[in-house]
Design a protein around this ligand. Structure first.
Ligand code: TGC
Ligand code: FAD
Length: 391
């Protein structure tokens, strides 16, 4: 793979909206990605392996629980810092950002928000340091966009719960030490349970043959009469709103992360277009290529503004779920369109692993589907503005 010469576009001087802390956190993550992710990620993706060697580094840059308070091992940062970290990691690879998103927003967040003090003390510091890794099981074979229909269930057996069912498409499942599992009790109410690797009847087969997110490990969660200790139920929120609350946080991270992937594609294509000569002139001097590049930087700038504003609203506790959906949907579509256009600017070279663009493009096919599909987020906006659910 070519050396990482990334230079971040900032067409509207958005750095002026960031605090010194934001810039410090962002620059540390950017440097780490250049040093530790870029040199190895193409090989990991080609081999379809999650590079476990980077777990310690992710913890060091604060990617595991950026906004979780320091007393529980988190970095105690604000939402914009969290977003910037996700942006920088996804600039390297969406699969690596997935691992950080899941650990932070789908594992640490529910334990922090819905768990007992004992659960927080037991799990959060180890999750923050990467000593323990987690995954989040909501999607089932027959219930993806409509998780309310889930059939995974648990029964009260006096001194423990008995868990049965299956989850699929679960990021980090093959190596996770714990799983946050959403399941229905005997009354049909959804609760979150912390299931630990090693519990009898719990297995996590890996999903193979993915053309997307190849550097992220995906798997199933199978529960065959798993005895879960009662103290592993997170008591402080139940109902579908509990997992959906975690998704708000993860979707916010994706709205920023997708900008990273788009910036990398744009930067690569711009550099290539200036160097590649055809018909005696760099292709950057051709109107058709300028149209592509000019539209890319315009769309990136709009997405940056939307993400930043959403971060401010999140910091003030004012961001709505529908606003988060709009930003996730807009920014991922923006990124996937830019990846497709950028790949064309590189001509044949664009399909090789010499450059990151094709990998980003394939990754974004998952990003536009998970955490709520492109269609579902549109329907969330539609419901918000009309008051009529059209799911
Ligand atoms: P609905 O009746 O609308 O809502 C049920 C309850 O949930 C509340 N709620 C929310 N709460 C917090 N945050 C949100 N975003 C919320 N959206 C809804 C709602 O107020 C209600 O509460 P209550 O107290 O009244 O009961 O539910 P619905 O069944 O009609 O579904 C709505 C819909 C379609 C929007 C929802 O099901 C949905 O978002 N579906 C998409 C599923 C999804 O996103 N799955 C993601 C799986 S995890 C994943 O993909 C991880 S990938 C990670 C990685 O690798 O990075
Ligand atoms: P479906 O829900 O079957 O949707 C199929 C199509 O129908 C889509 O185009 C959808 O938009 C459309 N559709 C659905 N409902 C409607 C409607 N009402 N109106 C119009 N169109 C509709 N899940 C987890 O729980 N944890 C994870 O860690 C996780 N990681 C993932 C990692 C990867 C790589 C992938 C690909 C998925 C992951 N997922 C995870 C699952 C992901 O959240 C689901 O794939 C997603 O929610 C969509 O569900 P589905 O695949 O079952 O598609």
């Amino acid at each position: 793979m070519k050396p990482d010469l990334f230079q971040a576009p900032d067409y509207f001087n958005l750095d002026e909206l960031l605090t010194d802390e934001h810039k410090m956190v962002r620059d540390a993550a950017r440097e780490w990605v250049k040093r530790e992710v870029s040199p190895i990620i193409e090989d990991a993706a080609q081999k379809a392996e999650f590079p476990k060697s980077i777990i310690g580094g992710l913890a060091e840059i604060g990617a595991f629980g950026p906004y979780i308070p320091e007393e529980y091992g988190g970095a105690g940062l604000d939402q914009i810092s969290y977003g910037l970290i996700m942006q920088e990691i996804e600039r390297g690879d969406s699969g690596v950002r997935s691992t950080a998103s899941v650990q932070s927003s789908l594992v640490m967040y529910p334990i922090f928000k819905y768990g007992t003090e004992e659960q927080k003390k037991k799990y959060l510091p180890k999750l923050a340091s990467g000593e323990m890794m987690g995954c989040f099981g909501l999607t089932e074979p027959d219930y993806g966009s409509n998780p309310a229909g889930m059939v995974t269930n648990f029964k009260d057996k006096g001194d423990h719960y008995l868990l049965n069912g299956a989850k699929m498409w679960i990021s980090n499942a093959p190596f996770a030490d714990i799983a946050i599992v959403w399941a229905k009790n005997e009354e049909g109410r959804i609760h979150g349970l912390i299931v630990e690797r090693g519990m009898e009847g719990f297995s996590t087969p890996e999903t193979h043959n993915k053309w997307s997110l190849r550097a992220s490990a995906t798997g199933e969660l199978i529960f065959d009469n798993v005895k879960v200790p009662k103290e592993n139920l997170m008591p402080n929120k139940s109902g579908l709103g509990a997992p959906l609350g975690c998704l708000d946080s993860a979707r916010f991270g994706i709205a920023w992360g997708a900008i990273g992937a788009a910036m990398d594609c744009y930067d690569t294509a711009l550099r290539y277009a200036k160097e590649r000569v055809q018909f005696d002139k760099p292709i950057a001097g051709k109107q058709l290529q300028q149209k592509k590049l000019a539209e890319m930087i315009t769309e990136i700038t709009k997405a940056q503004l939307m993400a930043w504003r959403l971060g401010v609203l999140r910091n003030e506790g004012k961001a709505t779920s529908s606003q988060i959906s709009m930003a996730k949907r807009n920014n991922v579509e923006m990124a996937i369109n830019i990846a497709r256009e950028a790949r064309q600017i590189l001509g044949g070279m664009g399909i090789t692993g010499e450059y990151s663009i094709m990998r980003h493009m394939m990754n974004l096919e998952s990003v536009i589907t998970y955490e709520g599909t492109h269609d579902i987020h549109l329907l969330i906006t539609g419901m918000d503005i009309t008051g009529m659910p059209a799911f």
